[in-house]
Design a protein around this ligand. Structure first.
Ligand code: ADP
Length: 421
């Protein structure tokens, strides 16, 4: 490989055509939580129903595999293509940490080959159709950030992560200038480790002065995306290699990530690149296709439309009927109903592939308050309890709508838990 190697522009163009948008996550300095933010934003985007990829271009210190619990895994190769690791069978992940072992990296990365490798990470990876690619860059504005911004061209926009202490420093300003020089639109600034949520009482305490992010964003006329507090569970989940948004999805901090994602999916690049029209640049939020399954429309839930007095129920189904085995259902009926038992919305969603521990946080992300099931193992019940989701087992009625109505009217018959292991 060499930097002068002829470039296969067409292959790259074809790959990029299938990627809706790309968020390049930057920071002025290391240790501000850039990788943590990148990983959790990607998960939050995924939980909205988007097709998501994560590309870690931190060649010397890749941390995405660890943050996503993928340490030790290796990407595949098929012919000319790199096959990404699929987290829970859905989120496509590529990182140097998934390509080579630590020792190999030390040998190979002495040459000036980074730009070429980053190109291959885009061009030669079987990304497939993605709504959003989240790119985690090394700290600063070095070769990797420059290469990826240039390769992604109009698909890219930057998210700058900083902390209250770093906010007004020259490093952050350098990041902003870097984007301006490259004409890379800035989707916004995130103030991470901003305030502390007391694990005992839940009260938010500002340890360092906060609010600098908003001021900085205002000074540079770029969007301010939000603040993420210092949360000991973020450290814990990182150390334990358990993706935060999966395992703590109902926390205030998780909500902050979701709120930031709400901003970025509506970010219009033309606010900074005036040549484009709104329609061309609005980021695609919810997959437009409605899958047909068992004659039902399957669409993604609209979390924003949830009203306070409406409860959201999840009923595991097989061929449209309540499924006795919770973990092996085909689809979940998501049913919104008010306390009087009137159904206001009903959708069917396909769960991610069955993996222990995944469904409770996934359903929490769909905004579910209560699961009505035939049978459910005790471990899954504990996980739902942690997510603050109520579980009813042994439901006898096979019709998901009827089961919900009967539950709300207090007439649902429940028998033995059919799967109590
Ligand atoms: P960077 O990519 O900027 O070098 P990392 O994402 O690797 O930073 O995070 C550095 C450390 O800070 C990690 O131990 C991580 O768990 C921790 N961290 C990141 N964000 C938070 C947060 N909001 N609250 C508590 N710890 C955090």
């Amino acid at each position: 490989m060499s930097c002068e190697e002829p470039i296969d522009e067409l292959t790259l163009k074809k790959r990029l055509e299938k990627i809706g948008t790309a968020f390049i996550v930057l920071s002025g300095k290391g240790g501000v939580g850039k990788s943590t933010v990148a990983a959790n934003l990607a998960l939050s985007l995924f939980f909205r129903g988007l097709r998501v990829g994560i590309l870690d271009v931190d060649i010397h210190g890749p941390s995405i595999p660890k943050l996503l619990g993928l340490s030790g895994m290796r990407v595949g190769v098929s012919g000319e293509e790199i096959i990404p690791i699929e987290l829970h069978g859905q989120i496509k992940v590529v990182s140097m940490g998934l390509l080579l072992s630590g020792n190999e990296q030390a040998v190979i990365w002495r040459g000036p080959m980074k730009a070429n490798v980053i190109r291959q990470f885009l061009q030669n990876v079987a990304w497939g159709d993605l709504d959003a690619l989240v790119v985690d860059c090394p700290p600063g504005t070095g070769d990797e950030s420059l290469s990826i911004a240039q390769l992604l061209g109009e698909k890219g926009s930057a998210i700058i992560v900083t902390t209250p202490q770093q906010m007004a420093t020259i490093d952050v300003e350098k990041c902003i200038t870097f984007c301006q020089q490259l004409k890379l639109p800035i989707a916004g600034i995130i103030e991470n480790m901003s305030g502390f949520v007391c694990p005992e009482c839940g009260k938010e305490v500002d340890i360092f002065s906060t609010g600098g992010g908003e001021k900085l964003a205002k000074d540079y006329n770029v969007p301010f995306l939000g603040r993420i507090p210092i949360d000991p569970d973020i450290v814990k989940s990182g150390d334990e290699e358990r993706p935060y948004m999966y395992f703590y999805s109902k926390t205030k901090t998780a909500q902050k990530f979701d709120e930031i994602v709400e901003h970025i999916v509506h970010f219009k690049k033309n606010e900074q690149t005036p040549h484009k029209t709104d329609v061309e640049n609005e980021i695609h939020v919810v997959p437009s296709s409605k899958d047909k399954k068992n004659g039902e429309d399957i669409s993604l839930p609209d979390k924003a439309s949830k009203k306070e007095d409406i409860m959201k129920f999840a009923v595991p189904t097989y061929q449209g009927k309540l499924c006795a085995h919770f973990g092996h259902c085909e689809a979940f009926a998501l049913i919104d109903a008010n306390k009087e038992g009137t159904i206001t919305n009903e959708t069917y969603v396909t769960p991610p592939p069955h993996e222990p521990g995944l469904l409770p946080p996934w359903l929490a992300q769909q905004g579910v308050d209560c699961v009505i099931a035939g049978g459910m193992g005790s471990r899954a019940q504990q996980l739902f309890a942690q997510q603050g989701i109520k579980v009813i087992t042994g439901a006898q009625n096979e019709d998901p709508r009827e089961a919900v109505i009967q539950y709300l009217k207090g007439t649902l018959e429940t028998g033995a838990n059919t799967c109590d292991h």
